[in-house]
Design a protein around this ligand. Structure first.
Ligand code: ADP
Length: 401
């Protein structure tokens, strides 16, 4: 059984509120609950005297949720408590769980001065990519053209890695057509800025940021080169990512300004190119591969999306053909990371903002999808390990012609 909003809310009735005889719910301290799978986060407004007071209350809330969930056989892998002031700004946060399974305080915010100086590393953090303190690996997901499933692959990769216990960030850098608000179900969530930095949204176990939450949904996003550069830089550098094992970046389709900015700003672990099996899509994807090569970005490999259709009867229908992207990967001398079938539930879950359901479906087609996603993620992990080894032996170079 998964964690649900009612389960978490009811559990918090066992935690005393500030006024005598009240609890966190009846005392109106609980402002917001998000629960999904084995992850939950809450927002509290509470008059604690200091950080130790906030931490003690967060620990009581965590213990209450654990004691409600455990008898039901429900795990609580990650529980985040954010304390907000009257204007909604986060004043303190506490995280329980995550990769090490131990309570983890939020990492320190990058000092403004260090940011302006080009993100000087903060002492005590793990090895990091220049440009993003505390982020161990950065994977960009690109495609030669739109509509091939690039965002779908980026979202499911991030959610899949988070489900394995990694601390994962997901940046929707598709500033021209951001799709993460829909795909992750962020509609009800509000943008919060604290200490001059954007708080990432916690969705499906990943910390996410998207231009789609910063501008009205019906406003056309027309960016000229320098503006696109600025928008990407702002989203990347002014989000409080904290310490991440992996940051997944969903790039705009094609070859353009954002990819160039990204390659200049960040030391990427590598890029994934998503492609459908048709010949026209392969040609575009080859151009994307060439672009990453020119930018000095390691190619982790190619994912073939919409590879085949698996019907409810479990039969396979090759609507767009099959294997085209794999042949293209061979021709271009890059790894093939796997094929994702066209699945009705994948489209439905994306529209419903529930990518977690892609990993938990029980029907035949859903199981095939979960297997395909799992296999792709394992391949990505192997290529990331190889790329990290290579990177440790070389210095980055950027060649633009
Ligand atoms: P892109 O980011 O390349 O523009 P998206 O990831 O937004 O493409 O996908 C485009 C549409 O196709 C979305 O509605 C998405 O849900 C759907 N889609 C993508 N891959 C699949 C798939 N394998 N099966 C079913 N629908 C898919």
């Amino acid at each position: 059984m998964s964690l649900t909003k009612p389960l978490v809310t009811d559990a918090l009735r066992a935690v005393a509120g500030a006024a005598p005889g009240t609890n966190l719910v009846s005392g109106h301290h609980l402002l917001w609950v998000s629960a999904c799978d084995t992850y939950a986060s809450i927002k509290l407004q509470y008059p604690a005297p200091d950080k130790a007071g906030f931490d003690a209350l967060a620990a009581r809330a965590h213990a209450a949720v654990l004691s409600a969930a455990t008898p039901l056989g429900t795990r609580v892998d990650s529980f985040i408590v954010e304390f907000v002031n009257e204007s909604g700004a986060v004043v303190h946060s506490r995280r329980f769980g995550g990769p090490t399974g131990t309570p983890q305080p939020e990492p320190p915010a990058p000092p403004q001065a260090a940011q302006q100086a080009g993100h000087a590393p903060i002492p005590g953090l793990r090895p990091q990519s220049p440009g993003l303190p505390g982020v161990a690996r950065i994977i960009a997901v690109g495609a030669g053209k739109g509509g091939v499933g690039k965002s779908t692959v980026a979202v499911n990769l991030a959610v899949g890695l988070a489900r394995q216990g990694q601390s994962v960030g997901l940046l929707d850098a598709d500033i021209y057509g951001p799709s993460l608000p829909t795909m992750l179900g962020l509609d009800d969530q509000e943008v919060v800025v604290h200490d001059g930095l954007l708080q990432p949204f916690l969705a499906h176990g990943a910390r996410c940021m998207t231009m789609g939450k910063l501008v009205p949904a019906d406003k056309p996003l027309i960016w000229r080169g320098p503006m696109a550069h600025g928008a990407f830089k702002q989203l990347t550098e002014q989000t409080r990512w904290g310490e991440l094992d992996t940051l997944v970046i969903d790039l705009p389709p094609g070859t353009g300004d954002v990819s160039l900015t990204m390659a200049q700003m960040l030391r990427l672990t590598g890029a994934i190119v998503v492609c459908t099996p048709q010949r026209v899509a392969q040609d575009d994807a080859s151009r994307a591969i060439q672009m990453f090569r020119q930018l000095g970005v390691e190619i982790l490999g190619v994912v073939e999306n919409m590879s085949t259709f698996v019907g409810d009867d479990g039969k396979e229908y090759d609507i767009f053909g099959k294997g085209g992207a794999q042949h293209m990967a061979q021709r271009m001398g890059v790894p093939f990371l796997g094929a994702i079938p066209i699945t009705m539930s994948l489209r439905q879950n994306s529209d419903a903002g529930d990518p977690t359901a892609n990993f938990t479906g029980t029907g035949r087609a859903e199981r095939a999808l979960a297997q395909a996603l799992g296999a792709m993620i394992r391949q990505v992990e192997s290529q990331v390990a190889l790329a990290s080894l290579k990177q440790a032996q070389t210095t980055p170079k950027l060649t633009i012609s």
